[in-house]
Design a protein around this ligand. Structure first.
Ligand code: FPP
Ligand code: MG
Length: 282
């Protein structure tokens, strides 16, 4: 085929693909669409190992998978996507792998900060969730900048859990709630001129804790997807996942594609009425 023929062919091909994607979203929208999808992106190194690639390429392919999944969720109208990008426990990995992941994160943050980036053109708000002080300073600065520059976006919210574990999130929330209560009690004692507070006022309630969770900006996830066939939660969203549908797929994260996401959503649609009933039973 000549150059002109190639161009026409690729335009027709892209139009057909776009039409089919829209058709797929319309079919899925007949059932309930999850509001919040959370993902444990696992299996990057196994992907690299089985293809005789360096570990770094496993993570790089993993990043591509993240962008395509984000695009699919966005087109399907899923408002919240949360991904587990780096656990506090991942710091125990070899320094070269940790350093490589931080460099990759910095590189992708710089790309995302560009005006023509996928994040900015789609109007996605990005939040980094976790103990960000554990990140290298340069990464912290770029992450803060991206959060500031996308803070006004409302179409979709991407929470990237870095230096995160659920147990750290809970410990942090308890600490913050206690500090807040102590401050309130001190102020009340000072204004009433007594040095004794009502002991009930020191009690930390469930609502206090939830207010101080790193994930307080999001409703609880409806689906938690874990790739690579592992059946563990690995200290991810333990507090928030009581009633969500847990979907395990054998696909390694860089292999995770549209068909895997569609399957996860169909399975969610199958169990969603039951999950709703369980929530109401509480
Ligand atoms: C788990 O696979 C993956 C990670 C620890 C890192 C996740 C990172 C990405 C998907 C790409 C980069 C993301 C950002 C935000 C820049 P694994 O390393 O545990 O692989 P294995 O289970 O095969 O050992
Ligand atoms: Mg793993």
């Amino acid at each position: 085929m000549d150059g002109l023929g190639d161009g026409v062919f690729s335009k027709v091909y892209v139009s057909i693909c776009n039409f089919l994607r829209k058709l797929l979203w319309a079919i899925l929208a007949v059932g309930p669409i999850p509001n919040h999808v959370a993902v444990i992106m696992d299996g990057n190194r196994r992907f690299a190992r089985t293809r005789k690639l360096e570990k770094e390429y496993g993570h790089r392919f993993g990043f591509l998978s993240l962008i395509s999944t984000l695009r699919n969720c966005y087109e399907l109208g899923i408002k919240y996507v949360t991904v587990y990008a780096f656990s506090i426990d991942n710091f125990k990995r070899k320094p070269d792998e940790v350093g490589g992941l931080m460099e990759l994160l910095q590189e992708k943050l710089e790309d995302a900060l560009k005006e023509e980036s996928f994040i900015k053109t789609c109007g996605i708000k990005v939040l980094f969730v976790g103990n960000l002080s554990l990140l290298p300073e340069q990464v912290q600065d770029s992450a803060k900048k991206l959060m500031e520059e996308t803070a006004h976006n409302t179409r979709a919210i991407l929470s990237v859990c870095v230096c995160y574990t659920s147990t750290d999130e809970i410990a942090h929330a308890v600490q913050e709630a206690c500090d807040e209560n102590r401050l309130i009690c001190t102020m009340r004692c000072n204004s009433s001129g007594t040095n004794k507070g009502n002991s009930d006022e020191f009690l930390v309630t469930l609502a206090d804790l939830e207010k101080h969770m790193y994930m307080a900006h999001c409703p609880d996830p409806d689906i938690l997807i874990r790739t690579s066939g592992e059946t563990r939660l690995s200290n991810f969203l333990l507090w928030q996942s009581c009633f969500c549908y847990l979907h395990i797929t054998k696909a390694l994260w860089p292999e995770f594609s549209l068909r895997h996401l569609v399957w996860a959503i169909l399975e969610y649609q199958r169990v969603q009425p039951y999950l709703e009933k369980m929530k109401k039973k509480l």
